[in-house]
Design a protein around this ligand. Sequence first.
Ligand SMILES: Cc1cc2nc3c(=O)[nH]c(=O)nc-3n(C[C@H](O)[C@H](O)[C@H](O)COP(=O)(O)O)c2cc1C
Length: 211
Amino acid sequence: MVKMEINLSSIGMEKGRQYETIITTNNENGSKNAAPIGVICAGENKIINRIFKGSHTLENIIREREFTVNITHDAELFTVSTLGNLPQNYFNENVSLKCADAYFKCKVISLTEAIKQSDPIKKKGEAIVIKSEVTELIINNPVHAMNRGFGYVIESLANLTRFDLVNDSKKEEYIIRFKECYRVVLKVGNIDDIKAMNEIKKELMKKGYDL
Ligand SMILES: Cc1cc2nc3c(=O)[nH]c(=O)nc-3n(C[C@H](O)[C@H](O)[C@H](O)COP(=O)(O)O)c2cc1C
C-alpha cells in the first residue's frame, strides 16, 4: 500500500474524462454500502459525480459529505454491487474495498440539482451533481481507472470487420450500435479512442451510410 501525493493522473485519470468506479459509503445504520458510479475527473484532485435520486449512495453522501472511490477491474465486484449488496466482509474498517487496486477519499464541495441534455435520461430534478475534493489517495497495485471507451472501440472494430459479411438488416443493427458506441466514446473516451471511432465512422460512411 502506497499513500500517494494526490494527483489522479497517477491512476490514469485524465481531466474531463469519465471512469467507472465503485463508490463506498456508510449507511445510516452503521453498515457499509457499495455501488458502481461514474466519476468525471475534474483536475488533479477534483472529481464530479452525477447520482440519481433514490440510491443509498446519494443519501449517504448527502448525509456524511464524504465517500470513498474504489478503483477495480473486477467484473464480479461490479456485478454483485449492482444487483445486490456487497457482503460486509468485502470492506475495510475505513470503508474502502479490500480488493481495490487503489482508492481515494473524497470530501463534498457542492451538491447541485441538475440534468444533462445529451443524456438518454433527461427527467428534470432526478439527479444531483456532486463536486468533491480528493483528500487521500492510496495505491495498492499499479492501475488505470476503468474507462468504457476502449471496449467500445474494440466492439466497433469487430463489427466493422464483419460488416461486409452480413445481410442488410444486420448492417442496420451494426449502424445503430455504432451510433451508440460513438456517443459514449465522445463522452467518456480518451483522445485515442475518439480518433479511432472517427476512423471507423469514415469507413462506414464510405460504405454509403449517413452518420
Ligand atoms: C458501470 C456502472 C456505472 C454507474 N454509474 C452511475 C452513476 O454515475 N450515477 C448513478 O446514479 N448510478 C450509476 N449506476 C447505477 C447504480 O450503481 C445503481 O443504481 C445502484 O443500484 C445504486 O446502488 P445503491 O442504492 O446501493 O447506492 C451505475 C451502474 C453501473 C453498472
